[in-house]
Write a protein that binds this ligand. Structure first.
Ligand SMILES: [Cu+2]
Length: 110
């Protein structure tokens, strides 16, 4: 019986972890102007699992908020940006709300 409780606890932790990966942040090379930013935002917003998008030219950062319980694979994100002519340097999944990312990139502007 004790073992079962441990398994249940372990499963609960796993579920909690997957549910918190709400935002995907990508460092992208080739982002040089407002048209790049708009194009990327438009493209990513078309993905069915996308809830919100933040693009920062200054930081060459693209962040995608995922809809509850949905996901976009790294490969799909990479492909969307590569097809548009950009190079994805890094992808990180975080539990930082997209509004916090938006505020962070805004305050970092010169
Ligand atoms: Cu551009």
């Amino acid at each position: 019986m004790k073992k079962l409780i441990h398994i249940a606890a372990a499963l609960a932790v796993l579920v909690a972890q997957s549910a918190t990966a709400a935002t995907v942040e990508m460092n992208v090379n080739g982002l040089v102007c407002a048209f790049c930013a708009q194009g990327i935002e438009k493209k990513l917003r078309k993905l069915p699992a996308t809830a919100d998008v933040v693009v920062s030219l200054e930081q060459r950062l693209v962040a995608v908020a995922l809809k509850d319980g949905q996901d976009i694979s790294d490969a799909d994100l990479r492909k969307a940006l590569t097809d548009a002519g950009y190079k994805v340097i890094a992808i990180q999944r975080t539990d930082e709300p997209i509004d916090a990312v938006r505020a962070r990139v805004k305050t970092a502007k010169p």
